[in-house]
Design a protein around this ligand. Structure first.
Ligand SMILES: Cc1cc2nc3c(=O)[nH]c(=O)nc-3n(C[C@H](O)[C@H](O)[C@H](O)COP(=O)(O)OP(=O)(O)OC[C@H]3O[C@@H](n4cnc5c(N)ncnc54)[C@H](O)[C@@H]3O)c2cc1C
Length: 316
């Protein structure tokens, strides 16, 4: 069987640490297929990054240097080239905004099956991934023939690694700006907001259960009474009700407060990914079957609009 090809993720010369979970997923899959696990580093600083991904279980590292920063077209072109050169059994990437940006396009161009956002990968006569749907309420199994393009959920595999000594093989590919139809001019760090939720010890986090933006007033009054900092799930940020720096979760901030109070939050995996290091998790949700209760130390089943006024009274 030909090797598994893992695409390392990095930005501005720094490896995304979730890449280690991705490497472990690729190594595990390669062992299942009784084949080798290869890594590709595409872009800037690839020689240095090759050292970072040189972990036990990796058989070869391919570096494909270009001075161009990440764009959809650079990656689609580079990965299509690598696929034709290495003929891997599958290509694995992270299911991040970057991985989800290029992977479906690579699958489409190479006419291969695309298996997104895997939390487990199995193989019998074909590859089968486990994929969560509807805020983790449903587990779907998606199967296809090999080779396939697979993205894996950040955090679904452990990040633990030990150093390895895989050979590093530079690959020449002249990636010009053609046919790139957009260009990264520069990166700007997101401005630091009025609060830093990563350092707060008591977080009161609000989710879609709040219903309407005007109801946030109740959340801020409760937080003020308790001396808590307000954070939120992603839909609240997507709706523009709170700034991005208040978002907790996989694509937000990973927090580690002493107490995390989740109010009207269902507990989707992407949210849980950000709260796992909280010492005590307390949830208020009117749905007794909400997944958030599965990770909570204390849970209150009830209507937040009835419960929060009691909290304000108690703490004022
Ligand atoms: C790539 C990707 C990255 C993501 N990153 C993140 C992330 O970083 N952070 C994040 O949070 N999400 C993230 N998401 C979105 C995530 O999948 C969920 O959609 C989101 O977390 C759901 O937010 P929620 O719990 O507020 O809303 P919902 O899932 O709609 O839950 C609302 C909850 O409120 C409860 N409720 C309703 N009314 C009341 C009431 N009156 N009193 C009490 N309870 C009530 C309901 O029972 C329900 O459980 C990501 C998704 C993807 C695909």
């Amino acid at each position: 069987m030909s090797p598994i090809l893992i695409i390392a993720e990095h930005r501005q010369g720094v490896l995304n640490t979730d890449t280690f979970g991705l490497l472990n997923a690729g190594i595990e899959f390669a062992i299942t297929l009784n084949t080798e696990a290869h890594v590709a580093i595409i872009g800037q600083n690839s020689d240095n990054l090759a050292q970072d991904v040189n972990i036990a279980g990796i058989h070869k590292i391919h570096t494909l240097s270009t001075s161009l920063p990440y764009t959809h077209n650079v990656y689609v072109k580079a990965i299509s080239f690598l696929f034709n050169k290495i003929q891997p059994s599958s290509i694995l990437s992270l299911h991040t905004s970057t991985g989800a940006d290029y992977s479906p396009a690579v699958a489409s161009i190479l006419n291969l099956p695309f298996l997104p956002d895997a939390i487990a990968i199995n193989y019998t006569n074909q590859v089968e991934i486990l994929h969560e749907m509807y805020s983790s309420k449903l587990h779907a199994k998606i199967a296809s023939s090999l080779p396939a393009i697979i993205t894996i959920r950040p955090g679904a595999w452990p990040n633990d690694t030990t150093p390895g000594n895989a050979p590093i093989e530079p690959i020449d590919l002249d990636i010009t700006e053609e046919p790139i139809n957009f260009k990264v001019k520069n990166y700007e760090e997101t401005p630091i907001g009025d609060v830093d939720i990563s350092t707060s010890d008591l977080l009161l986090s609000v989710g879609r259960g709040i219903g309407e933006e005007t109801n946030l007033e109740l959340i801020f009054s409760t937080a003020e009474a308790m001396g808590a900092t307000v954070s939120s799930s992603r839909p609240i940020v997507d709706a523009g009700w709170l700034p991005k720096d208040r978002q907790v979760g996989q694509s937000g901030t990973k927090i580690s407060p002493t107490i995390y109070l989740a109010i009207g939050i269902s507990g989707a995996v992407q949210h849980i990914a950000g709260i796992k290091n909280s010492k005590v998790i307390i949830s208020i949700n009117k749905d007794p079957k909400a997944p958030i209760f599965g990770v909570s130390d204390y849970g209150v089943v009830g209507d937040l609009f009835e419960i929060l006024p009691f909290l304000i009274e108690e703490f004022s």
